[in-house]
Design a protein around this ligand. Sequence first.
Ligand SMILES: Nc1ncnc2c1ncn2[C@@H]1O[C@H](COP(=O)(O)OP(=O)(O)O)[C@@H](O)[C@H]1O
Ligand SMILES: [Mg+2]
Length: 358
Amino acid sequence: MRGVPLQELLNEAVRVCADGLNAELCKVLEYQPQDNRLLMKAGFGWHEGLVGVATVGADMASPSGYALHTGKPVISNHLENEERFRTPELLLVHGVRRAINVILQGDGTPYGVLEVDSRSPGEFNEADITFLQAAANLLGMAIERQRHEASLQAALDYHKVLVNEINHRVKNSLQLVAAMINLRAGAAGDPTEVLREASSRIAVIAQAHERLTGSSDIARIDLAAYLGATCKDLAHQMNDCDIEFTAPASIAMPTDRAVRIALILNELVINACKHGFRKGAVRVWVTLKRSEPERMRLVVRDNGQGLPPGLDVANASTMGLRVVTALVQQMGAKLRVETSSAAGTEFVLDCPILAPEA
Ligand SMILES: Nc1ncnc2c1ncn2[C@@H]1O[C@H](COP(=O)(O)OP(=O)(O)O)[C@@H](O)[C@H]1O
Ligand SMILES: [Mg+2]
């Protein structure tokens, strides 16, 4: 019972049970809840080709169905005169005269029924029930072990898939970091500031990993929660800046794309806080919306002094806007900006949620 594959065990069990009860036929029936029938999983003494194919009804009018649903052993010693049950076709065809059925119990739901049948006259008795039920109980344990092993195997398979996906994610993230460092190489700027902004970009990517911890689907991420967390991190990091974030309950987005959106958000919010100041704290409003069927819209607005006159966002040579422009292009998104020294600056990013079909 420890090591033998279940089918072999069942095959052996039907042979032993027929033998033990001095009968010609025996079968293990597995319950198929979807059509309320019992399928022959193992058989001894039956015509060729029935195992895995033949079924009997599992309704209360069949002896096996009765045993299954009530859990009580059923003896029918005179099938031809039986009034409680109808005789299943399978038994008629094989000339069965008497039958004995006991339940095969699993841990939770019953597995099915163990049935011994005979063509000879004579009677099954209480001792036969005791024997057969004991055999069924042993089999039940083996079946349970098998089910348990199958679910462990499924968990293991799932983990293998997950580890692969995680490796893939980590690789993508590191590539993104490397690409941004490359973009930066050679450009001028205050080194402290440069490193601080680089570290905030890496933190944005790390935040995605954080949010995916414990998730069963790491290929997708909830954009609303992710951007919310990014804004929270930024609020910590930027002084004199008040960031307000509004978003719908959730937007599931492919993780690679969501990370890019978060990187854009990071640049825009840092800029708003850094360059937008007038007097006192800058306010930044970040709004995420779902728009036409599969698109999202992200608005980053500040009440600062507005962009310097003549600044061409799409062709700027500075790092932050170059990162933004590159990411916008990669995603097939659109970015427009409205700015004035009176009203501040508003960036509107409009982006398909899913990657365009390759
Ligand atoms: N929200 C904003 N308000 C005012 N000026 C901005 C804003 N966003 C960007 N700018 C201007 O655009 C310039 C380029 O930004 P960016 O490419 O991020 O470089 P950096 O932030 O390193 O200066 C900034 O130096 C700033 O003058
Ligand atoms: Mg910047």
